[in-house]
Design a protein around this ligand. Structure first.
Ligand SMILES: [Zn+2]
Length: 470
């Protein structure tokens, strides 16, 4: 439909503007300008039902039918009469219609193409490229247009989106700005330095345009950078502010519990490991899920560790679980946990006037998951942390699980630790104790320390293999 509409508008424009030589030619007959109906039909990608000796001709486009009668000015458009400024004639076997038909009738025959809606624009930073994904209600045609030295412009045809600005600041892309440009949207990507090379992929179900901007520069240097010791860890205390998370029978709120434990973990990490620790929240404040991950991406963290407490309708449920990101949840219980934790997105501000539903959120991360360079590392991290936790805390090991947690959508190995069940009265009581909280923090740090040791050993080995220019 879009193609047809564009074609017809172009055709109209060319003909009506009267630009010499630009459109199908007009034919002069008895001092009047005519156009060949067969050519009009061609441009509409339809066919003219007529023979040189028939008295009537029919043009069908979509649901519309136009009937022409030889030597008559009156034509029928969907059965309703329209009088043209001259009669329809047949000359040398060709059906000719007065030029006025183009402006008078043709626009009615072309269906209005519904504008394509922008469902979401999301961005993510990877070590070697920055990705901008536009999820839309239908397939979008695009055109790369000239930008400046530090800007790239992509015109998205017939897309109703913008204005919208996403600050990225990942050391490569500064921001992505979506603006209105007539019937189109214009994506302007500003770079902090030199613009990167663009690769575009069009994907379906849901329809989306994936734009990858590759960082310029030496690939080997980037490889080497990937083999550096573990330096930065982002700790993410779940929930906060008006989102209290799970609440125990004794009133213990997940948001308070996990913030306290996260602070303990941060302090221990800084004392015991030579790493930089950043918290996605350090107060009782609500932080949107996407802001937690983009914070970690901006900090160029090596690991993302989200800390939560579990809830279950069976009060006896107990133990520790560690999740890593995956497209397939391990079991239906894991899926339930993911759905509950993801449910927080419904408390968040709607994106483009609509709240992202759970299903949409899960769906939206799937493609990135398939591309995930970090899934193996994340599962290794999850196992290491779970092992130390269950050993030192001597509590049931509920296993490493996979689930589609939105919050784990970080461009780095990422896990989500469920430290215990606040809904279990016995566990809730213990979780209120400062001493037990210290034990949990020490156990998490023990796991992270183990993981850092293997990471750093691998980094050293890789650096030895890699020739470094001196
Ligand atoms: Zn939680």
């Amino acid at each position: 439909m879009v193609g047809l509409r564009l074609m017809a508008s172009l055709f109209l424009l060319l003909l009506c503007s009267g630009t010499a030589g630009a459109g199908p030619p007009t034919i002069t007959h008895e001092g009047r300008a005519y156009v060949d109906l067969a050519r009009v039909a061609d441009n509409l990608k339809t066919r003219l039902d007529a023979t040189p000796d028939s008295t009537q001709a029919r043009l069908r486009t979509g649901i519309h039918v136009v009937t022409f009668t030889r030597n008559w000015s009156r034509i029928l458009v969907d059965g309703a009469p329209v009088v043209l400024d001259g009669p329809v004639v047949v000359r040398k076997g060709a059906w000719l219609v007065p030029e006025g038909f183009l402006s008078q009738v043709l626009p009615r025959l072309v269906p209005e193409a519904p504008a394509i809606a922008l469902d979401e624009m999301r961005t993510r930073s990877y070590p070697s490229f920055t990705r901008i994904v536009l999820e839309t209600s239908g397939p979008v045609a695009y055109r790369v247009e000239p930008g400046g030295a530090r800007e790239m412009r992509v015109r998205l045809l017939n897309l109703a989106g913008g204005p919208q600005v996403e600050s990225i600041t990942d050391g490569f892309v500064e921001e992505a700005r979506l603006e209105r440009a007539g019937a189109d949207a214009l994506l302007r990507v500003a770079f902090e330095g030199t613009a990167g090379e663009l690769k575009v992929a069009t994907l379906t179900d849901p329809p989306r345009l994936v734009l990858d901007f590759a960082r310029p520069g030496d690939a080997a240097a980037r490889e080497r950078q990937a083999f550096t010791p573990l330096r930065t860890i982002v700790l993410d205390a779940g929930h906060g502010g008006h989102d209290s998370g799970a609440v125990g029978p004794g009133g213990l709120m997940e948001k308070d519990l996990v913030l306290d434990i996260t602070r303990r973990v941060a302090k221990l990490l800084e004392d015991r490991l030579d790493v930089k620790v950043r918290l996605s929240r350090d107060t009782d404040a609500f932080v949107a899920l996407r802001d937690r991950t983009s914070f970690a991406n901006r900090e160029r963290a090596d690991l993302f560790v989200s800390i939560h407490a579990n809830a279950h309708r069976m009060a006896a449920s107990e133990g520790v679980e560690v999740y890593f990101l995956s497209s397939e949840a391990t079991d239906s219980a894991a899926r339930q946990v993911a759905a509950t934790e993801n449910g927080v997105t419904q408390l968040e501000k709607p994106v483009n006037g609509r709240a992202a539903g759970r299903a949409e959120v899960l769906k939206s991360i799937l493609w990135d998951l398939q591309q995930s360079e970090f899934q193996t590392e994340s599962s290794r991290l999850a196992e290491t942390v779970l092992d130390t936790m269950t050993q030192s805390l001597r509590i049931p090991n509920r296993g490493v699980k996979q689930a589609g947690f939105y919050v784990l959508g970080a461009a780095m190995p990422a896990i989500l630790v469920e430290i215990g069940f606040v809904t279990n009265p016995r566990e809730e009581k213990r979780l209120k104790e400062s001493r037990y909280r210290d034990e949990i923090a020490r156990a998490i740090v023990g796991g992270l320390a183990d993981y850092k040791r293997t990471w750093d050993a691998r980094a050293r080995a890789a650096a030895d293999r890699m020739p470094i220019s001196r």
